[in-house]
Structures are given as structure tokens and as C-alpha cells.
Ligand binder design. Structure first.
Ligand code: ADP
Ligand code: ZN
Length: 430
């Protein structure tokens, strides 16, 4: 373990530590123009918060609050103390900006080193970072953590597939950090060049930045012959390194000495118990530049109550099912894209890329799913394709209670993505 004392801290000591850190976080929040106003409006005296559970007296912070405080309404330190800024990808609108002091940047690297060590990574590893560098946190976030762990870091960034493969071969890359959609594409490209990804030195993949299914993980592991670990983070909470799978690969440890977590019912805001699925709310307990109190992530998950066999005391969260704002309403039925993906990726004839297109015709919602065929299956006769189409319709109907139209495409017909994949095209809003 990277820091076995902190990673195995007993629950009582962990809660005491959280409370001490919360008191500091609240003091610094009160120095920002945003929280000083919110606390005053709600009549909150932060000194009165005595137990970590009293946190529920405080209001939530939303992405919109961050947007309205743009550019620096949530800054808790003088501008001169800030050494870095990042911005979220803007998947759901205007992106939000996050600031870091030198200490924040160092703490973040330490957390990421902790995550990587939990997967068995060491200073002997060669780490190829295929996430976007720049304002997006995915690139630099893992970069400094991997250096801190002592890996050889190849900052290859996203895209340029042929060069990625060349680097993997020439430098014997053992760990890749990549979006799940790009991992599949990269594996296909390697195969197209006559290189079996399984024969490369890559042993681990860190997959994150977008929701994906367990079936996609299985597919990537089989394609590459590696262990894939789920990696979760969001810019509002630093970036990657918030929660990560350990070698058990059964849910992601969320580092509770840095992050206080709650799960709420997204509609009512009611607090849910461990094991219940809802929206993850995180309080950053460790940040100087930009304290973040009860931030509504919009990500849907549940806390896994059982302790992990690896011995870490920090609780785990389940794979993110989607975002509250990802949920599709189709003809009165709620559907998450991740449910559709689970069906598609479990069918061996289906390739790596798909797209969900929604339209409204004569006041009825229609779902149209475009799926690429797996390359080796492509030269099939029409009857076979027809059978595949009706199998997909049947399985999707059973799971999501919507009858989609399925279009089967040649491999490579849909644009591959190197960053966060855009899976849903909703023409109904136009
Ligand atoms: P944006 O909200 O603009 O996409 P970020 O770039 O900060 O901003 O991305 C963070 C979001 O990406 C998370 O809130 C979550 O929705 C998604 N995400 C990150 N990692 C994962 C993961 N492992 N599984 C599912 N979703 C993830
Ligand atoms: Zn574990």
C-alpha cells in the first residue's frame, strides 16, 4: 500500500479525522464569497458543526452554483497562492473552473499514487497516459501521480493511434490510462496492423472519464489480455483519483480521508443508506484553494457496505450507472444508456462502437440504435444479420421495455472517439 496507515485506518479514527478536516474545510469555505453568502443566508454558524454527521445541515452545492460563481467566486486563497487551474470537459454545458495551490497539486499526486499502488503498480512500470492533457484533468492528474509512484511516464495524450501503438511496442508500456471507447478502438487498430494486443507488454488499463458497462470491461480485458481497473473522478473534486479499484476489481475505494461521501435520492434530496442506489454527494475535506461542500455530482451509484478483502478500510462505490442528467425518457420509460450498452456488449457479434439516436415522429418517441458489427463477423449472409437484429431487439425489449430499431453497420462506420464518447444523439430537443 502507498500509505498503509491511512488506507487501513479503523472507522472510528477515520471519522474523527474527517471531522477535524471538515472543520478546517468549513473555515476556509467561509472565506469564499460564494459560501460566506450561502452560510449567511441559511443562518449557519460553521463553528457549531461538531460531528461529521451534522454535515447534513449544510446546503448542497451544484454545478450551476459553480457556473454562477465563475470565474473565482469559490476561491478561498489569494490569487497569488494559486498555481494551477483546470476546467471540466463541459459534457453537460458550460465548463466549470477549478483552482489548486501548490499543496493541493501535491496532495492530488499523492492520492493518485495511492490509487495506482492499489492496483499493484510500482516504480518498475511504464505508464502510457492516453488521456487528453490540458484543461481536462484526466491527463495531468494521473501524470503527476504516476511520477510520484516512480513509473516511467509517457505523456502520449489522446489520439494519434499509430504512434500510441509504436510507443507501446518500443518502450514496453505496462500500464495504459485510456477511455474505454478508445481502448477498444486502439485494440482493433493494433490488430489491423497485424499486432495481437495480447502479445504486447501491457498488463493493466485504467479506464475512466465516462460511464461504461462491466461487459465492456470484459471485452477490453479479453481483447488485450490485461486487467482493467475502474477509475473515477471529476474536476470539481480535483479530477481522477477520487475512487479507484484495488486488485480485487469489485467496486472503487473512495478515499474517505479526502472525501466525505453521501448518497441521496436525486429527486427529494433524502439521505440514502449504504447499498441503496442514488446520487453521489461529495465534500472535499482537503483542499486549500477551492473547498467544495456537499457537491452534487449527478453520478448514480451505491456504497458497498461490505469491507474489501484487500484490507483497506475506505468504503467502495459501485460502478457509476450514469448521470442523473443522462437518463433518457422514452415514451414514458426511463432508460440509461449504460443498460443498452450492457446488452450490446454481451453479444459477441457486436463490435466496439454504437450510437443511440432518438427522434419524435407523430408525437411518439422512437429509438434507433446503430451498432457496428465485430470485424471478423462481417462477411455474413443476410439471414444471419436478420437473426442478429431480431435477437438484439428482443433482448433490449426485455431489459428496457422499449422497442428500438436496430441498424447494423460495417466495422469502422461510426466515428471513433479518443476522448469522452458521445453515445446519444437526441433529435427530440431540436
Ligand atoms: P464533465 O462533467 O464536464 O464531464 P469532468 O471532465 O470533470 O466534467 O468529468 C467528470 C465526470 O465524468 C464524472 O462526474 C462522471 O460523470 C464521469 N466519469 C468519470 N469517471 C467515470 C467512471 N469511471 N465511470 C463513469 N463515469 C465516469
Ligand atoms: Zn480493496
Amino acid at each position: 500500500m502507498w500509505n498503509s496507515k491511512l488506507e487501513t485506518l479503523d472507522r472510528t479514527s477515520l471519522e474523527e479525522l474527517q471531522m477535524r478536516k471538515l472543520a478546517r474545510a468549513l473555515e476556509s469555505a467561509a472565506r469564499t464569497s460564494y459560501y460566506s453568502r450561502v452560510f449567511a443566508d441559511c443562518g449557519i454558524e460553521v463553528a457549531k458543526i461538531r460531528s461529521i454527521r451534522d454535515i447534513k445541515e449544510l446546503p448542497f452545492t451544484t454545478k450551476n452554483d459553480l457556473r454562477l460563481s465563475y470565474p473565482d467566486g469559490m476561491l478561498a486563497v489569494p490569487r497569488g497562492d494559486v498555481v494551477r487551474m483546470h476546467a471540466s470537459s463541459g459534457t453537460t454545458g458550460k465548463s466549470t473552473v477549478i483552482f489548486y495551490t501548490m499543496k493541493d497539486v501535491g496532495d492530488w499526486a499523492d492520492l493518485v499514487a495511492r490509487c495506482m499502488a492499489a492496483t499493484g503498480a510500482t516504480r518498475e512500470d511504464v505508464f502510457q497516459n492516453m488521456m487528453g492533457y490540458g484543461l481536462f484533468t484526466g491527463g495531468l492528474g494521473l501524470h503527476y501521480g504516476a511520477e510520484r509512484l516512480g513509473c516511467l511516464v509517457i505523456p502520449s495524450a489522446a489520439g494519434n493511434t499509430l504512434r500510441q501503438i509504436q510507443l507501446i511496442r518500443d518502450f514496453g508500456t505496462t500500464i495504459i490510462h485510456i477511455t474505454p471507447s478508445y481502448a477498444l478502438h486502439l485494440g482493433d487498430e493494433a490488430a489491423a496492423q497485424g499486432i495481437d494486443p495480447k502479445r504486447l507488454a501491457v498488463k493493466k488499463a485504467y479506464l475512466g472519464a465516462e460511464p461504461y458497462s462491466e461487459a465492456t470491461r470484459d471485452k477490453i480485458e479479453a481483447q488485450w489480455g490485461l486487467d482493467a481497473y475502474n477509475s473515477y473522478g471529476l474536476s470539481e473534486m480535483n479530477g481522477p483519483g477520487v475512487a479507484f479499484e484495488c486488485v480485487e476489481k469489485k467496486g472503487m475505494h473512495i478515499w474517505e480521508d479526502y472525501y466525505y461521501i453521501e448518497v441521496i435520492d436525486p429527486d427529494s434530496g433524502r439521505l440514502l443508506s449504504d447499498g441503496e442506489q442514488g446520487e453521489l454527494v461529495i465534500t472535499h475535506l482537503n483542499r486549500e484553494a477551492m473547498p467544495m461542500i456537499r457537491y452534487r455530482t449527478r453520478d448514480l451509484t451505491a456504497v458497498i457496505p461490505e469491507p474489501c478483502p484487500c484490507g483497506r478500510s475506505h468504503r467502495r462505490i459501485e460502478r457509476i450507472k450514469g448521470r442523473t442528467d443522462d437518463m433518457l425518457f422514452i415514451g414514458g420509460v426511463n432508460v440509461f444508456p449504460s443498460q443498452i450498452e450492457t446488452v450490446l456488449m454481451n453479444v459477441p457479434e457486436v463490435g466496439n462502437n454504437y450510437q443511440i439516436v432518438l427522434d419524435r415522429q407523430e408525437n411518439l418517441d422512437r429509438m434507433h440504435i446503430r451498432v457496428e458489427l465485430y470485424s471478423k463477423m462481417f462477411h455474413r449472409d443476410l439471414r444471419e444479420l436478420e437473426r442478429l437484429r431480431s435477437q438484439l431487439v428482443k433482448e433490449l425489449q426485455a431489459l428496457i421495455a422499449v422497442t428500438p430499431r436496430i441498424e447494423i453497420l460495417e466495422p469502422g462506420s461510426l466515428p471513433p472517439s479518443t476522448g469522452k464518447a458521445v453515445r446519444v444523439i437526441d433529435n427530440r430537443k431540436i
